[in-house]
Each structure stands twice: as structure tokens, then as C-alpha cells.
Design a protein around this ligand. Structure first.
Ligand code: ADP
Ligand code: MG
Length: 730
């Protein structure tokens, strides 16, 4: 008897070949497979008689097979399968497939079938004239490579909204569809983790209905309802997990670090600038947190350039002066190195030992009196340690401040008395990743077992306040919503293709004045990491600009496929003005600080969200000179749409205003990526309202109040377990 927890390998139809692929996808049980959701749908729901009206549209045609044959083109080593179908009105459709001769066996002449695909007229040019003779009047309808099904079968691959699953090699959507179709009745016995009460309250479908409709939707409306239910469920799990971790966090002790007003005042008074009110307020909130016996868990949210580093430095100063260690983590090695230089500079008059520990660098700014002057000189002066030596210095407390990448808290690093962890993230962490960070922070190897470190995360994505409150409700928030006064707003212009050359001339004159330029290209495919296609695109643009447009200048090329050392080299060349124009993909470090770079060009800007554009723009405008951001778009189809959306970039430099706008346009998913949910894009889009997140949190809170250990909800425990594993995998 099959059960939802039956292993897929015990399902008779599923052979070992498939098991391997399924397991790679993390699918082990029948329930796992049923919860493997489509990421999009082909809409073949329109079943219609053949008509010119539908040419160019995706439709389903049903009829009788009147002709079927395989044509072998020996010279081209190709088989073309050709089937002619006659619909109820006697109109003919010729369907062709390439190199799938077995299709023929399914459709003997005289049988009936459904074909789904884009309807064409006259047939593809590559087919032979003999097809024409089989159709009346020379004109016929055609489909190339349509989805197909015998009429006697339930509509699964044709004649409906057809689910498309993300495929890996060895497994097709069609295969997954059939498996799920046969196993779907078992979804009836999946225990529903959303109680009848909750479902009623928020008008959500039960799990069986939701799964049936998400895999094989009757119509769009039912699909959206199913997605809403699944999105709620996922958010419910996220919130339970977050609250659990929050609770275990709050039950822990921390080191109480006394606020030394004199020390901080002196430091602040010696800064070359006056703190903004927002910086003051945030610093105060953090210093107050550090005094508490419970570990801090605070998110410092401030736009690029809002001055988060100095706020972090104030908390570091307090912590180190009290005799504790602190760890600062950046998303990449390049940024870690930059932090190392900044903090060494900021604390050059203090007797702190600062270390940079990443896989490429093991540096200590061991003798602070040496570490002054230009950053370049500084790096030469610092001591290069062996990894073991540095680890030892960290363990014995000789090092006060350790800077590294995220790996710092995951690996073999042992501390003596780590009291504060600061995470500077350029990447967007979702709620679940945040929870993971917290649990990692709790588990850092530290000589003082009784206390766990305070945690400060800094994010440069201005997250709309409403969203942050709903989403990160279990964190405390400090917001830097005020820019340092000395900033000149960046002048931003949307550039249509005809104005391109004028801008290139302007850039020429800027470079002649000694300025530098960033050129950013978007990823070709929307994905989290760069593909080779992206690298090719950026190389080509680099080539074009070097040869055709700016042969007189020095250009550099930066992309994610370069080694850390290579990136580093290019960045330092750029920062030493050995490169005038840096052409880069969008995945490289946003936080990089090159004050002399005053021009930013963003290509194919229509591919980016506003928040992202704003982040790129933040790489310029860091120095004294006037900075510019030119937003290029090639998009013809979107010509009318595109500038409207982007106009706000010209109007304001306020990241929070832009992100509020973006939230309305594109929903909250973009602020976190969809990593945290494991949900398909389409469901993430349905998360589009902050309300849903809020409701899920309310219910999660309620549940945990009544049943803190989830003793009465074993099914939830299972799902949470799975969920945490999945998140860890990512
Ligand atoms: P981010 O928030 O992007 O990390 P940084 O901390 O790197 O920003 O600050 C950007 C620049 O602004 C740095 O050069 C820093 O020294 C400077 N800065 C920070 N606070 C102020 C301030 N209150 N007034 C003037 N300049 C400031
Ligand atoms: Mg920063």
C-alpha cells in the first residue's frame, strides 16, 4: 500500500534511473514529490476549432488523425514525424516533430488526438512539398513540436493549463506530470498543517485542493487561490521557525557591555565629520542593546553611503574597549579587505589588533602605529601571518577585531571571548537565512560558553519600512534614513538610444578631467549567479567600448567568474586610477568605494528593478565631485512603459522612497530573493501583499503560545524539519 511517506524508490513505476535524479532534487518520498511545485504553466486551455483567428496563439486542437508518417532525412541524420489531423469542421492541421519517431506509435490513422502549441499557417519552411499535397487548397494550419495526447486520455499535457516543472537532465516535465497525476489522490491523506480554523479565517483552500489545483489547475482563478494557500503555508513555516529561533535567542545570556559615554564622545568628536542624526540614534540604540544581559539582534538598514561603517565602528570601539572580541563579516573577500582597511584606518589611534582572515588573506594590522598613510602603503606594512598563527592569536584573544567573509563563523575559527558579531551583507537574505545566521552565531566556538555574541546585521537594501516590520518583526530595526550633509545628489538621466553618442562624448570629457567610469551590464537570464552567457556579454561590451568607442582610454573588465585575486587586482587598478572605465556584470561588489568614480552607466536598465538600479547608482557619488548616472535602455517593446517606471530614478536619490515605489510595482519578493521560500517564482509573486506575511506571523505566534514545543502538531514538526534542511542546502 502506498502512503505519502512511502519512498519513491518503492513506487513500482519509478525506476532507479529516475530515483537518482529525484534524490538530487531533494525528493525522497511521495509527499516530497507532491509538494514539488510547477514554476510556470503553458496555457493550452483554449480548445478550439481551427481558424485563422487563432494563428499565432497557443491553443489546443482536437480531431481525427488522417495521415501519419516518419520521414527520414538520411543526409541530415534527421527524422521528421508528420501527423495530419482533421478537426470537426474538416480543417486540417499538420503537426511536425523532429527526431522523435516514437510519437508515431501513439497515433494510428483513424484515432483521435489533442495537439497543443502555437498555431501557424502554411507550415514550417523546412518541410517538404509532399505535405502540401495532403492538405486542401495548399493552405493548411500547422504546429511545430506541439504537446500531444490521445483524446481518450485525461487532459494532462494538452487542453489545459499545463504545469512546467524545473527540469534537470534525465527528467522531463511530462514525466513529472504523469507521476504526480497518478499519485495525486494520496494528497488527500496529507495532514493539513493549516487548521480548518485558519483556512476559514483567511479563506484558504485545504491542502488537497491546493495541490490538485497547483499541479492541474481547472482555471486561472483556482490556480491563484492554490498558490495563495501554498504561499501562506510556506510563510507560516518561515515565521514559526523565526519565532522559535528568536525565542531560543532570547533565552540565552550575553556579555553586558557598559556604555562608556566618555570614550564614545571622544571618538565621535575626533571624527572628520559630524554624525547625522540617524547615525546618532542608531548608535545609541545599539550601545543600549549591548548593555543588556540578553543578546542583541538588530538590523541596521541604511542606503548605500548612509554611513553604516561608522555606526558599526562605534559599537566595535565600545566592545573592544570593554575587553571583548568582535567579528565583522562581509559577503565577499574584496569587501572584507576593504573593511579591514577602513577599520584599521578608523582605529589607527587605538591600541587594537585587527586581523583579516579569508582564504586569500591572512593579515594582521598588528602594529597600529605603522598602519597609517595611504591604504596602499598600509597593506604593505601589515603583517602577513600563517593561517594557523592567526587562528591561534584569535583563540588566545590577541586579536581584538577579526574581519572576514561569512565563512568566518562557519569554519574552524575559535574565539576567546567574542561578544559582538557584525554582518555586512550586500546580498539579500531572506527570513530563513537570517534565522540560519542567528543559529550559526549562537554556535560560534568561543571560550565563554555562558554567553553568546550580540548580533548586528547591516543591509544596504533600503527595505520599505512597512515591509521590514511585517517581515522582520522578530528583529529590532535601526534605520539610517538620512544621508550625510556633504553629499551632492547624483544627477540621473534616462538615455534613449539616439542620445547614446552624446553621452559617450560627455564621458570622454569627464575622463579627461581625471574622473572614472563604471559600466554595468545586467545578467542575461534572471538568476542568482552569473552564467557563461553573461560573461560573454560583458566581454563583448568591454571589447566594443575599448575598440570602437574609447580606444584612447584604459578599460577594465570584471565579472563573477574571475578568481578573487584577479578581481582584487582589477579593483586595485581601478582604485589607483590605472583603469579609466570599468565594465562589469551586476553581481560584483556593490559596496566598493571608489570616490573618484563619478559616472555610472547602466545598460539594459529595463531588466533591473528600481531598488537594484538605485544600488548600482550608489557606487558613484562618494567623492567631492558631481556624479552622474546614465540609464540606458534598448528595449523597444517597452518603450512607452520603460521611462515611466524609471522616471523616479531621475526625480529622487532617496533609496527608501524608491523602494516603496518598487514594492508597489513588483511586490516584496525582490527584496529578499526567493531563496527563503523554496517557492516557485509565481507563488512568490503571490506573496505580493504584506498582509499575508503579517497574517502568517500572527498565526505562528498564536500557535507557539498555545503549543510552544509543537507537541500537538507532529506534522508541523516534520515539515519544519524538512524546511530547515532545505534552507540549509541553499
Ligand atoms: P555605507 O552605509 O554604504 O556602508 P559608509 O559607511 O561606507 O557607507 O560611508 C560612506 C562614506 O561616508 C565614508 O567615506 C564615510 O567616511 C563617510 N561618512 C560617514 N558618515 C558621515 C557623516 N556623518 N558625514 C560625512 N561623511 C560621512
Ligand atoms: Mg558599507
Amino acid at each position: 500500500m502506498l502512503d505519502i511517506n512511502t519512498l519513491l524508490k518503492s513506487v513500482p513505476r519509478i525506476t532507479p534511473k529516475y530515483i537518482r535524479v529525484l534524490e538530487k532534487l531533494g525528493l525522497f518520498t511521495i509527499k516530497d514529490l507532491l509538494l514539488y511545485l510547477p514554476f510556470r504553466y503553458d496555457d493550452f486551455s483554449k480548445t478550439v476549432p481551427l481558424s485563422k483567428d487563432f494563428v499565432g496563439q497557443a491553443i489546443t486542437v482536437e480531431g481525427k488523425i488522417i495521415k501519419a508518417k516518419n520521414n527520414r532525412l538520411f543526409r541530415r541524420k534527421m527524422t521528421i514525424t508528420e501527423i495530419v489531423l482533421e478537426d470537426q469542421n474538416g480543417n486540417l492541421l499538420k503537426a511536425v516533430w523532429f527526431n522523435q519517431p516514437y510519437i508515431l506509435e501513439n497515433f494510428p490513422v483513424g484515432s483521435t488526438a489533442r495537439f497543443s502549441g502555437k498555431l501557424g499557417m502554411n507550415g514550417p519552411a523546412s518541410t517538404r512539398g509532399d505535405a502540401r499535397s495532403s492538405t486542401r487548397g495548399g493552405k493548411y494550419f500547422s504546429m511545430s513540436n506541439p504537446a500531444f495526447e490521445k483524446s481518450t486520455r485525461d487532459a494532462t499535457n494538452t487542453g489545459r493549463l499545463v504545469p512546467i516543472y524545473s527540469e534537470t537532465s534525465g527528467i522531463t516535465s511530462k514525466w513529472i506530470r504523469w507521476q504526480i497525476k497518478t499519485l495525486l489522490p494520496l494528497a488527500k491523506i496529507i495532514p493539513d498543517i493549516l487548521s480548518a480554523e485558519i483556512r476559514k479565517k483567511y479563506n484558504l483552500s485545504d491542502i488537497y485542493t491546493a495541490l490538485s489545483q497547483i499541479h492541474f489547475p481547472d482555471d486561472m482563478e483556482k490556480l491563484i487561490r492554490a498558490q495563495k494557500r501554498m504561499a501562506f503555508q510556506e510563510m507560516f513555516l518561515v515565521q514559526i521557525r523565526t519565532l522559535e529561533i528568536r525565542k531560543s535567542w532570547e533565552e540565552k545570556d550575553s556579555n553586558k557591555i557598559k556604555f562608556d559615554e566618555k570614550l564614545i564622545k571622544k571618538f565621535v568628536n575626533n571624527l572628520p565629520f559630524k554624525l547625522t542624526n540617524a547615525q546618532r540614534k542608531a548608535s545609541f540604540e545599539i550601545l543600549k542593546d549591548l548593555e543588556k544581559p540578553r543578546p542583541m539582534n538588530r538590523l541596521l538598514n541604511g542606503d548605500v553611503g548612509s554611513g553604516k561603517t561608522i555606526v558599526a565602528a562605534i559599537s566595535a570601539l565600545q566592545t573592544v574597549s570593554a575587553g571583548y572580541q568582535i567579528a565583522i563579516m562581509a559577503p565577499t573577500e574584496v569587501l572584507a579587505r576593504q573593511h579591514f582597511l577602513s577599520f584599521s584606518e578608523i582605529f589607527k589611534n587605538y591600541d587594537f589588533n585587527i586581523a583579516l582572515l579569508t582564504s586569500s588573506y591572512k593579515l594582521t594590522s598588528y602594529h597600529p602605529e605603522l598602519v597609517s598613510g595611504s591604504k596602499k602603503k598600509m597593506l604593505k606594512q601589515v603583517q602577513h601571518d600563517k593561517r594557523e598563527d592567526l587562528l591561534d592569536k584569535i583563540k588566545t584573544g590577541k586579536i581584538n577585531l577579526v574581519i572576514g567573509t561569512h565563512a568566518l563563523i562557519q569554519k574552524d575559527v575559535k574565539f576567546k571571548n567574542l561578544a559582538l558579531v557584525i554582518i555586512d551583507e550586500q546580498h539579500r537574505f531572506g527570513v530563513a537565512q537570517r534565522a540560519t545566521l542567528q543559529s550559526e552565531t549562537m554556535n560560534i566556538d568561543d571560550g565563554n560558553k555562558k554567553a553568546i555574541p550580540h548580533l548586528l546585521t547591516m543591509t544596504a537594501t533600503p527595505i520599505p519600512r512597512t515591509l521590514a516590520i511585517a517581515y522582520f518583526g522578530s528583529l529590532d530595526l535601526s534605520i539610517l534614513d538620512e544621508m550625510p550633509k556633504n553629499r551632492k545628489p547624483i544627477i540621473t538621466k534616462i538615455i534613449t538610444p539616439t542620445k547614446r553618442n552624446g553621452i559617450y562624448n560627455f564621458i570622454r570629457s569627464e575622463i579627461e578631467k581625471g574622473r572614472q567610469v563604471f559600466v554595468i551590464l545586467p545578467l542575461v537570464e534572471e538568476s542568482l549567479s552569473e552564467s557563461m552567457i553573461d560573461v560573454k556579454a560583458v566581454k563583448e561590451e568591454h571589447e566594443r567600448l575599448s575598440r570602437v568607442i574609447f580606444p584612447e582610454f584604459k578599460l577594465g573588465l570584471l565579472h563573477g567568474k574571475l578568481k578573487a585575486k584577479e578581481k582584487e587586482e582589477i579593483m586595485s587598478k581601478f582604485s589607483n586610477k590605472e583603469i579609466d572605465i570599468l565594465v562589469s556584470t551586476s553581481v560584483v561588489e556593490v559596496g566598493i568605494d571608489i570616490p573618484n568614480a563619478t559616472v555610472m552607466i547602466i545598460e539594459n536598465a529595463e531588466r533591473f528593478g528600481l531598488t537594484q538600479l538605485h544600488q548600482f547608482r550608489g557606487r558613484v557619488g562618494r567623492g567631492k565631485e558631481q556624479s552622474y548616472c546614465f540609464i540606458f535602455s534598448e528595449s523597444r517593446e517597452q518603450k512607452s512603459l520603460f521611462p515611466a517606471r524609471l522616471k523616479i530614478m531621475e526625480k529622487t536619490n532617496d533609496g527608501f522612497e524608491i523602494s516603496e515605489h518598487d514594492l508597489k510595482l513588483r511586490g516584496p519578493g525582490q527584496f529578499f530573493g526567493n531563496l527563503q521560500s523554496g517557492l516557485p517564482d509565481i507563488a512568490m509573486k503571490n506573496l505580493g501583499n504584506v498582509k499575508l506575511i503579517k497574517f502568517a506571523r500572527t498565526e505562528a505566534k498564536d500557535l507557539l503560545e498555545n503549543d510552544p514545543k509543537l507537541k500537538e502538531h507532529p506534522e508541523l514538526q516534520d515539515d519544519l524539519q524538512k524546511f530547515s534542511e532545505k534552507i540549509h542546502l541553499e
